[in-house]
Design a binder for this molecule. Structure first.
Ligand code: CA
Length: 229
């Protein structure tokens, strides 16, 4: 699997060096130059790990870490300068997984990233939490959330939603959806899928999900897409 890293660093040159290094090692990278951008990038992409500088414009790394931690356990490695010793300790207390003191070599950082990913890999490899836009799905619990608000779904609605969440953007015909839910033993008509889809749409709307939508592909079926894409 290709790990996606979010690199948050306001010093452009350093950010470039870090991103280039990880790209050359086969990671996918996204970046942010300040705290606010970090939060929006994190919300949009849900990367596997965040490299987070402490001293950042608009929102500090500590604030960003705090916001991430209220929602999720994404591994975070803090970048600190020597003068930030106290913040560094605070960061670990607030749930950072590791820190590295500037100046550091990309190779050093890369070793830390690998170690943290290995340590947290048990939850990563399970991938039982899926994200798409503001929607989050917990496969083990069979639950869907929007901004941590539980959306109450029937078993069938959940299974349909899961098909879309596992394959965003991909079109599924009614027959394909039926077969995936019930196997070859399905009863009922393809049109019953329409009812389930309409119920799902209604519940997503009621949960104020407006960044993603289940679109009808006329004559074919349905797909889950980001709005505006
Ligand atoms: Ca900085």
């Amino acid at each position: 699997m290709i790990y996606q890293l979010l690199v948050v660093e306001d010093e452009e040159q350093l950010r470039r060096i870090i991103c280039d290094h990880f790209t050359s090692e086969g990671y996918s990278t996204i970046e942010a130059a300040n705290g606010e951008e970090a939060i929006s990038q994190w919300e949009m992409h849900h990367p596997d790990l965040v490299i987070l500088d402490i001293m950042l414009p608009i929102k500090s790394g500590m604030e960003v870490l705090k916001e991430i931690r209220t929602i999720d356990t994404t591994p975070v490695i803090m970048l600190t300068a020597r003068v930030e010793e106290i913040d560094k300790l605070l960061g670990l207390e607030m749930g950072a997984d590791d820190y590295i003191t500037k100046p550091f070599s990309p190779r050093e950082l890369s070793a830390r990233v690998k170690a943290v990913l290995r340590r947290t890999n048990s939850n990563l490899s399970e991938k039982h939490i899926l994200y798409f836009g503001s929607l989050k799905v917990d496969i083990h619990r069979m639950e869907a959330y929007c901004n941590n608000q539980l959306i109450s779904l029937t078993g069938t609605e959940f299974r349909i939603l899961l098909i879309f969440m596992e394959n965003p953007g991909q079109v599924f015909s009614r027959l394909q959806i039926l077969e995936r839910i019930y196997g070859d033993m399905y009863e009922g008509y393809e049109r019953t899928i329409d009812t389930h889809i309409n119920n799902l749409r209604r519940k997503m709307e009621a949960a104020y999900i407006n960044d993603i939508a289940i679109k009808t592909v006329y004559g074919v079926g349905y797909k889950l897409v980001e709005e505006g894409s």
